[in-house]
Design a protein around this ligand. Structure first.
Ligand SMILES: Cc1cc2nc3c(=O)[nH]c(=O)nc-3n(C[C@H](O)[C@H](O)[C@H](O)COP(=O)(O)OP(=O)(O)OC[C@H]3O[C@@H](n4cnc5c(N)ncnc54)[C@H](O)[C@@H]3O)c2cc1C
Length: 500
């Protein structure tokens, strides 16, 4: 197995529940076993870790713009070890959309057992939720909320949005606490929750950190091994079966270096073609995001001591067929260079973008970075959703509960009141929601837009499976970690029980 992230750590843990399944889990980043000391950036779930355990990727948000950082976890636990700990499931229609594309196993009903199995929901007990699973999920109580989060919730209620106590209900709408996989401020990553001491003691699971996979090796289109690099030393690990869970940016890169991808690209890079798959890297989904910043009127209202995110407003964009496709999310603090006190922010996230970006490579050198283009708001529908969301953020800030507490800063109040000006502003300020997905999409037999089948088997070769955020054929309307964990649960079960 390649990659010990949100999907890979789960697959390794679940597959090795059966003693006759042997897994070697190869991970490029370092490992911090539970018995040792975890670096503070990985412990602290109240904010992201952006650079200390990162791949150093960047992306172009819009054509002609400057690149922005594109964080991806490089450590056992992957991006789940550095993320913001928002534990939102996809909505039923997200998975039913996959089923409608010809992948019946991926309907909401098909995914629900794995969504329940992965969680230990500490607040809500009903037929939609699981207890006792590896990932603890809880919501901040009102007493735990920062002053800005409280005021944001009141502002949304003042605009008429209902309270939504469980954002993981199958039919969420309104404002409420975010379900989060952090306990006492500590991030509950896939590494911590799935690769615990008991799992690591299994004789059939070997973890090999600080080892980077260069490519998969084939003979007559059958997997024969992995070419890996540890501390500058290159070696071949013989195997007839490989599962790639290196994430939506690295997995397609490994495929390309291995001869699997669009023929023209492989030939340009001088890589022998093993399987001509135009879908590899052709689409890159993400959630377009914009952030409006406000200056607090009183000192201490915003503080970097506060958890960054605690609550969310979910609502439906104008004319959308996807209920609650949008998120407005208050940021308790934002450090603006040169500003003596932190700002607060409202981030706007488009959940079901119609547009997409792409990922490509200019070199087959494993250390070469890919060219990532997101086109965040190129599609007019996505831009309209983003504009509407930013306008709503302005309205939220002008309600009685908020207007005496904060003043618009970036963009200013004039822009927030004018759709044309917002549209111009988001053209150059919108960016990624850090949810890359769909770069090696699943699809039924004969689907020209797919690279793998419904159980991740790569077309045109045998012995190779992809199982991570890359395989999502469309993007879910929510943050992607729980869906990546769910994918891990399903592939882990299939590997354990002989379904792969
Ligand atoms: C800063 C940040 C904040 C986020 N916040 C949230 C959030 O709050 N909620 C949410 O739902 N989602 C969030 N996400 C997204 C979420 O974490 C990801 O969607 C999810 O972790 C993806 O899982 P994955 O298994 O596909 O990839 P990853 O978890 O990224 O795992 C891939 C693993 O493969 C390893 N790898 C890559 N290449 C190689 C190679 N060549 N050889 C060996 N190993 C390799 C990587 O080091 C990594 O460990 C965030 C992401 C980031 C980066």
């Amino acid at each position: 197995m390649v990659g010990a992230g949100s999907s890979g750590a789960v697959i390794a843990a679940r597959a090795t529940e059966r003693a006759d399944r042997e897994v070697l889990l190869v991970e490029a980043g370092p490992d911090y076993p539970p018995s040792g000391v975890l670096p503070s950036d990985l412990v602290d779930g109240t904010r992201n870790s952006m650079t200390a355990h990162d791949w150093g990727f960047s992306y172009l948000p819009m054509p002609g713009h400057k690149p922005f950082l594109y964080p991806r976890g490089k450590v056992v636990g992957g991006s789940s070890a550095v993320n913001t700990c928002i534990a939102l499931r996809g909505q039923p229609y997200d998975y039913d959309e996959w089923a409608a594309l010809g992948l019946p196993e991926w309907s909401f009903d098909g995914c629900l057992p794995a969504l329940k199995r992965l969680e230990d929901d500490q607040d809500v007990q009903n037929r939609w939720h699981g207890r006792g699973g590896p990932i603890p999920i809880r919501r901040h109580s009102t007493e735990e909320l920062s002053p800005f989060q409280v005021a944001f919730m009141e502002a949304c209620r003042a605009l008429g949005f209902p309270a939504c106590p469980d954002q993981n209900d199958p039919d969420p709408f309104g404002v409420g606490p975010q379900p989060m996989n952090k306990i006492g401020g500590v991030r509950m990553s896939a590494a911590r929750c799935y690769l615990d001491d008991d799992v690591r003691r299994r004789e059939n699971l070997k973890l090999r950190p600080r080892t980077s996979v260069r490519r998969v090796l084939f003979h007559n289109a059958k997997v024969t091994g992995l070419e890996v690099e540890t501390d500058g030393k290159i070696e071949v690990l013989a195997t007839n079966r490989v599962i790639l869970s290196a994430g939506a940016i690295a997995t397609p890169g490994i495929l390309i270096r291995s001869g699997i991808g669009p023929r023209a690209l492989l030939e340009r890079l001088g890589v022998d073609v093993v399987s001509d798959l135009p879908a590899v890297g052709a689409r890159l989904f993400d959630h377009p995001g914009s952030l409006a910043l406000f200056v607090p009127r009183t000192y201490g209202f915003a503080s970097i001591q506060h958890p960054l995110i605690q609550t969310v407003l979910r609502y439906t964009s104008e004319g959308s067929p996807f209920p609650s496709d949008m998120q407005l999310q208050p940021f308790s603090f934002f450090a603006w260079p040169g500003n003596y006190m932190p700002l607060v922010g409202i981030s706007c996230c488009v959940g079901k973008p119609r547009g997409h970006g792409r990922i490509t490579w200019t070199s087959a050198d494993p250390s070469a970075k890919p060219l990532i283009e997101l086109d965040t708001v190129t599609h007019p529908d996505d831009r309209a959703c983003a504009v509407e969301a930013m306008e709503l953020a302005g309205q939220v800030a002008r309600t009685k509960p908020l207007r005496d507490l904060v003043v618009p800063f970036w963009p200013n109040d004039r822009v927030l009141r004018n759709r044309a000006e917002i549209s111009h502003w988001i053209e150059w300020s919108s960016g990624s929601g850090y949810h890359p997905s769909g770069t090696v999409p699943m699809g039924p037999e004969g689907d020209p837009e797919a690279a793998v089948d419904g159980r991740g088997h790569v077309r045109g070769v045998s012995g190779l499976v992809v199982a991570d955020a890359s395989i999502m054929p469309t993007i879910v309307s929510t943050n992607t970690n729980v869906t990546a964990l769910m994918i891990g649960e399903r592939f882990g079960e299939w590997l354990r029980d002989g379904g792969l």
